[in-house]
Design a protein around this ligand. Sequence first.
Ligand code: SF4
Ligand code: SF4
Length: 391
Amino acid sequence: MQEYTNQIHRCFRCGYCKFPNNFTDLNCPSYNRFRFESFSTGGRLWLIWAWLKGEIEWSEHLANIVFSCATCRNCVEQCPMRFSDDIIDWIVGTRRDMVEKGLVLGQVSEFLDNIYKYGNPWGMPRNERDTWAEGIDRHTPEDEYLFYVGCAGSYEPQGQRMAKTINLLLKKGGISFGILGSEEACDGNEVYYVGEQGMFQELMNENIQKFKDQYVNKVVTLSPHAFNVMKNKYSGLGDTKVFHYTHLLHEMIQTKNIQLNEVKARVTYHDPCFLGRYNDVYDIPREILKSIPGLKLIEMDRNRDNSFCCGGGSGNFVFDLLGRSSDSPSRIRVREAYDTGAELLVVACPSCYCMLDEAIKTEGLEDKLIIKDISELVKESSKKDNDKKNK
Ligand code: SF4
Ligand code: SF4
């Protein structure tokens, strides 16, 4: 981290990074939630600089400021300075320094301990990782793809629904694949962004070794978080290619391996940060939605690279330092979705699914706004086709 010390002061706290590109709203989720300059990018960077120079002491409050950044990359998109691409590295580098010195919050420490001991951030038993997957094929070296399900897909009810749905759709599209089941290890995306570099290296090595043992050439992930870390942070994957499941759904629709039928609905789509801002996948989910006849896509004011993060990034979907008040990012986002007049809020990430599902309930919008993963909509649309054929 010390290598960045001479860079950080170049942030002059102009505050551009707090907004979307038309300056109509506050787009840094932690600043929006707390409304203190210290929780904005510029304030955070200045505090980090002061800490590195020894001008301020570590405190729980400082750690709260550093770890409540959702690493959503809005600031990277909006900061006009040439160093903008380095902002997340500076924040993650500071977290690494704190983790190495044992200067972390209890919630963050528990999160990391659970992954270390149980292989998932909730501390659920390792051998329950595949209880959702009865009857689902385990990967064999003959399969074209390894379907990497991840922690949220294995343990969260919304993620399990996604995993089962994607399993059905891949089968319907004639793709050969299998899962690792209880042998699967955590992908390490959150561990990386929380700053536990040693544990990240171990998880990366464990996963890569498992892929090698199984002769895996192609991985398709359920979560954009796993997609991001494997594609951009794993070293040593060799020729193994990584896809997000929306890539495969898009391909199957284009090649007509999945036929879609009318679903009359007004929908709005929430861009997951690790799919959109981190990996520039904006068009594919929208093209999937537009290929469903009868579906009307209504964009929220903040979309694509201006999207507003649900607040769940870099471990916050578990330790949730952004809290559950009416100013929490997930609650703001579901109000924004509801205001479009859409009846369906569509997601493509199990963490966004959990965060926004809970926020819909907290906002009392259950009867007015239904949340679905994009795979569930595709399944609904393709099911009608099967039903017709079977008549
Ligand atoms: S990170 Fe960039 S946009 Fe944000 S306050 Fe600093 S200089 Fe301004
Ligand atoms: S990454 Fe997102 S939450 Fe973190 S400082 Fe930048 S805009 Fe704020």
